[in-house]
Design a protein around this ligand. Sequence first.
Ligand code: FES
Length: 165
Amino acid sequence: MSSTMNLNIIQGDVKQRIDRWISHYPEDQKQSAVMPALRIVQEVSGGSLTNELMDQVADYLEMTPIAVYEVATFYSMYEHKPVGKHKICLCTNISCMLRGSDEILEHLEKKLGVGVGEVTPDGKFSIKKVECLGACGGAPMMMLGKEYYENLTEESIDEILDGLE
Ligand code: FES
């Protein structure tokens, strides 16, 4: 194994966190922990997954790599390209679209100088379009980290982003 990417990430605290999830399921069902395991591995790896990392999860949970790839590519919270320190997930589904998410997206792209799927040169922000996050009553909305920000306007976007380190 030549690259540091191939070092085993499932050890120490990461292993403990995954094991805690595995303990929630019957002994022969440890693959049920695949979603939290991927989330933990992604989080400690700077916000995105690689094939090597997904293979390690597969190995640890005794799953086939393809079964892990299927989960990791189906759900939008998993990333397969580098993301910014602050990952902006803007909902562009119907309620948010009707309440101006297109204009919010345009503002974000102009403000940050990057498009959807890109990271700002300082590594601080990335923009992602996502499907409905279940906060339609507060449309247009975005998720930043684990927080939801609703009823967005260009002004509130500026205020939120300018206040981040
Ligand atoms: S449509 Fe945007 S949160 Fe539901």
